[in-house]
Unconditional design. Structure first.
Length: 506
């Protein structure tokens, strides 16, 4: 009953005229951002982040969460109409969404994607509401040693579960940790890594500057290079009869959507996992449990519903560890975490005690955003078709202008603009070399917390490094972190052994 009372108070916050308008604006902007190839939720949140300083912190995080939610819905639009996923989270939707459009069923595919997204979002928000308080209560037992072990676990999950090249992932985490130490020392106040006494580095490297550079400018440069010609947009229009037929077809997919919702939510909670692997896993399960697996990839509506349910559920699931533990579950929630720190809100269990209005206002806004997203998505499909025909040169110019203005506005220092240019070019080169960018952003955000908790523990324990394994909770986290760290090695050994066994005897 206490949860329902807190949720009711949250709705009083999220349904205020300002916050309701912000949710509608955020969802609409997110839908367009998600629908545009090369953007996606990470880039959208990074670009819009500086604009949030004009509203109160609670409204700012509601805006960013609404953009995140809208982008999850919007990613399916370009997957179906163009055959190009708006973001990596919508890759699996392309497998059957595009063949459906080519068969003249683009409207049905978009209805299926919107409905599945709504179901996944609704189930995951209910689960979020039920799990948030127990997880926050558990986290109240955390001290500095547990915080350090938890951050270490977040980094090792990128190594063990990330799916990218392990060595490249480790390099990016180390680079992010190095960048997080630029500025003044936490304890002595001595300047560190200020590159020849440049005054701009005394304040450290802003997470916002790195995010806009890597995800804004870097992505634009990469997309300019990789897009050879403008793809053709498949026409799509919705009628009420088509909408009714689509909703009737979705009634048969309750099993697929249920599995996708629960799977997506719990995979989304894992740091480094996020919506992309959740959607691919849901697609694989839907195909393996289907009575007609041979129709997948040829325009099966289940192949659209499964990944869309999972990626929306995962986007909500990734917010749970970010709010309760201060550990983001995806690159986008890493940006949200950085934004909250900038606004003076420290994510973690104390947030539920010190800022209950903010926390429950955000949770209740997810319900509002979910209803708004499905309605706006279906209503604006003709507009999406028109917007996707926008020349990419115009879109690039708009994104670059937003990046420069967004990077300059918070600090009003040209130093940050030059850093955005440098990080943009560096992010483009790293992307070309197939280096994952999410670990870099995560390390810059979590680096100061990791250093602070590590040094606090050593000071309190008078230099005893075994303190981290003497406390049961931190020892458990460190053991799991070690397991994730050696997991790629075990996979490699297993692969080698299989190869040896299958090799013909000479």
């Amino acid at each position: 009953m206490e949860v329902l009372s807190l949720l009711a108070d949250g709705f009083a916050t999220s349904l205020s005229p300002l916050n309701l308008m912000i949710v509608l604006l955020g969802v609409t902007a997110g839908l367009f951002i998600g629908a545009m190839p090369g953007l996606g939720s990470v880039n959208g949140v990074a670009i819009v982040l500086p604009l949030t300083f004009i509203v109160p912190p609670s409204s700012a995080i509601i805006l960013l969460a609404a953009i995140y939610y809208g982008a999850m819905y919007g990613g399916a639009v370009s997957s179906v109409l163009l055959g190009i996923p708006g973001a990596s989270t919508a890759v699996a939707t392309t497998f059957d969404g595009r063949p459906m459009a080519q068969k003249g069923e683009a409207g049905l595919a978009l209805i299926a994607a919107a409905t599945a997204s709504f179901i996944g979002g609704t189930v995951s928000v209910v689960l979020f509401t039920l799990f948030a308080v127990p997880l926050a209560d558990l986290a109240l037992a955390f001290g500095p040693a547990e915080e350090f072990a938890l951050v270490l676990l977040a980094f090792t999950t990128f190594v063990g579960l990330g799916g990218d090249d392990v060595l490249k992932t480790i390099i990016m985490i180390c680079l992010g940790l190095v960048l997080s130490t630029v500025g003044l020392d936490l304890i002595s106040g001595q300047p560190r890594l200020i590159f020849g006494d440049l005054p701009g580095f005394y304040a450290g490297i802003s997470f916002l500057v790195l995010a806009i550079g890597v995800y804004g400018v870097g992505e634009v440069l990469h997309t300019i290079e990789t897009s050879k010609s403008a793809p053709q947009v498949t026409p799509a229009k919705l009628t009420f009869s088509e909408l009714a037929a689509g909703l009737k077809a979705m009634n048969r997919l309750w099993k697929t959507m249920s599995i996708g919702s629960f799977l997506g939510f719990f995979v989304g909670m894992l740091p480094a996992a996020g919506a992309t692997p959740a959607s691919l896993m849901a697609y694989g399960i839907a195909r393996s449990t289907s009575k007609e697996p041979e129709t997948f990839g040829k325009g099966n509506i289940e192949g659209v519903a499964a990944p869309e349910t999972a990626n929306n559920a995962a986007s909500t699931g990734s917010l749970l560890p970010m709010l309760t533990l201060g550990i983001p579950g995806s690159p986008t929630t890493a940006l949200l975490l950085g934004g909250m720190v900038m606004w003076g809100l420290m994510p973690g269990p104390m947030l539920f005690i010190e800022q209950p209005d903010f926390v429950w206002g955000l949770i209740s806004s997810l319900y509002t955003a979910n209803f708004a997203a499905v309605a706006i998505n279906l209503a604006l499909i003709p507009l999406f078709v028109w917007a996707l025909r926008m020349p990419f040169t115009v879109l690039c110019a708009l994104v670059l202008i937003l990046c420069i203005v967004g990077g300059f506005a918070p600090s009003q220092k040209m130093h940050d603009v030059w850093l955005i240019a440098a990080f943009g070019f560096g992010g483009y080169l790293l992307r070309k070399a197939d280096y994952p960018l999410a670990p870099l952003v995560l390390a810059l955000v979590l680096g100061p917390l990791m250093e602070k908790s590590f040094r606090q523990t050593l000071i309190a324990e008078q230099g005893n490094v075994f303190a981290f394994v003497e406390r049961p909770l931190s020892a458990t986290f460190i053991c799991i972190a070690l397991l994730f760290f050696i997991l790629p090695l075990l996979k490699h050994l297993r692969k080698v052994l299989r190869k040896d066994v299958s090799a013909p005897a000479e």
